[in-house]
Design a protein around this ligand. Structure first.
Ligand code: NAP
Length: 232
């Protein structure tokens, strides 16, 4: 039997975030969030067809004002957030070279993929319970030990920064018994991953779902793929 938790997932109107919501929503109270209210309502309706009741919260992770507003809105009806899943992320088509990219590409990517999760975690900190869990959806592209190069360099830099933020937050939040971990979902068939990707969304959601629920609370400051610790 699962104790029902309140779980907020950023960027959960489609892709891996939506699938995480689908799997966790069967036993927990999930809050879908995203930057487009209509898309969120569609996602909510799709889950309702499977008898999964969710709430929606408008939250653009690249916009600090939107994050502040969303945390305030959340606080009107909730006192506790047991799990925060920072899933929203972007890869920009023109992201081909750090030397030739416009600075805007790096800036936009960092705002969404790195500063976004940090700002969202900070804004929701008053509600995150002890014990509590924060999960960052990162990428093998951010690894400092895998082979480097060949695709989306600004994206890879943003995920390396996200990994570093994960480790620092894990250290800071250990005394409060809030675990903070990063995961790589593998190459997943979503709008971002494309049709040739090797994994289903179900498989991509597996490790974050496990970390949100069944993983031991004392696992923190780690990077996971397929429920196993991998090198940073
Ligand atoms: P996706 O299908 O492109 O979905 C991305 C989600 O993030 C969408 O719901 C999107 O909302 C949302 N989003 C983007 N920018 C946002 C913002 N500023 N504020 C709020 N929501 C925003 O991507 P995915 O494949 O599911 O990726 C989910 C996570 O997994 C990302 O962090 C990604 O980097 C990571 N990842 C994916 C793969 C893969 O192979 N797919 C591999 C490694 C890591 P809109 O509909 O409004 O755009």
């Amino acid at each position: 039997m699962h104790n029902s938790k309140t779980i907020l997932i950023t960027g959960s109107n489609r892709g891996i975030g939506f699938e995480i919501a689908r799997q966790l929503g069967k036993h927990h109270h999930v809050i879908l969030s995203g930057r487009d209210e209509v898309k969120l309502q569609h996602a909510q309706k799709d889950l309702a067809k499977e008898n999964i009741e969710t709430e929606i919260l408008l939250l653009d992770v690249s916009n600090p004002d939107s994050i502040t507003r969303a945390a305030k809105e959340f606080g009107k009806t909730h006192k506790e957030l047991h799990v925060l899943i920072n899933n929203a992320g972007i890869g920009i088509r023109g992201d081909t070279s750090l030397l030739r990219n416009s600075e805007d590409i790096l800036n936009q990517t960092l705002q969404t993929n790195s500063y976004g999760p940090l700002r969202v975690t900070k804004a929701f900190m008053p509600y995150i319970t002890s014990p509590g869990r924060v999960i960052m959806i990162s990428s093998g592209g951010g690894s400092m030990s895998d082979e480097t190069g060949g695709w989306w360099p600004a994206y890879c830099v943003s995920k390396t920064l996200l990994n570093s933020i994960t480790r620092q937050l894990a250290y800071e939040l250990e005394p409060k018994n809030i675990s903070v971990n990063a995961i790589c979902p593998g190459w997943v068939r979503t709008d971002m991953g494309g049709l040739s990707a090797t994994r289903s969304v179900h498989k991509g959601a597996e490790t974050p779902v496990w970390l949100a629920d069944e993983a031991p609370q004392n696992l923190t400051g780690k990077f996971f793929r397929d429920k196993k610790v991998i090198p940073w």
